[in-house]
Design a protein around this ligand. Structure first.
Ligand code: GTP
Ligand code: MG
Length: 166
């Protein structure tokens, strides 16, 4: 039979990058134009079937506001996967994403599957610099749109495929 895998996953990234929107799209198939800024963090779970396993994601949607930064280690500690989200129309949010990658490389679980999501792809086309950056840092990169439902399920599916099968 199929393996059942529980995987803690954390979303990190700048305020307004679309972390909560990606989770809402993935878990409930919905999008809210006026999504409220997250306070602290929010928890969700959702299961994905990949060919040989059912992966139950235990998802921590963290708050991007700087005053919550010190809480982040509680959420990425022990995480099997992280999605670092930035807004492709906002250079500052890409810079913030790189800081998160550095922090995870320094303090995170070394086996963690890390994905970089360039969100809001409905607003602008591709970011080659982000693709290059992701390759250089051993992350995988996807351009997503929580609004248009582009590459959202695919993002979580790609993570599920990459998790160790132990
Ligand atoms: P914090 O909780 O403050 O850290 O922000 P967040 O990263 O959770 O962002 P959130 O999901 O709240 O989205 C911020 C704003 O961007 C909201 O108004 C969303 O409607 C909008 N948004 C999110 N994803 C997309 C997208 O793919 N395309 C477009 N056009 N807007 C989006
Ligand atoms: Mg949020």
């Amino acid at each position: 039979g199929n393996k059942n895998i529980n995987a803690k996953l954390v979303l990190l990234g700048d305020v307004g990058a679309g972390k909560s929107s990606l989770v809402l799209r993935f878990v409930k198939g919905q999008f809210i134009e006026f999504q409220e800024s997250t306070i602290g963090a929010a928890f969700f779970s959702q299961t994905v079937a990949v060919n040989d396993a059912n992966v139950k994601f235990e998802i921590w949607d963290t708050a991007g506001q700087e005053r919550y930064h010190s809480l982040a280690p509680m959420y990425y500690r022990g995480a099997a996967a992280a999605i670092i989200v930035f807004d492709i129309t906002n250079q500052a949010s890409f810079d913030r994403a790189k800081k998160w990658v550095q922090e995870l490389q320094a303090q995170g679980n070394p086996n963690m599957v890390m994905a970089l999501a360039g969100n809001k792809s409905d607003l602008l086309d591709s970011r080659k610099d982000a693709q290059t950056y992701a390759q250089e840092n051993g992350l995988f990169f996807m351009e997503t749109s929580a609004k248009a439902a582009t590459n959202v399920n695919e993002l979580f599916y790609e993570i599920a495929k990459r998790l160790p099968r132990v």
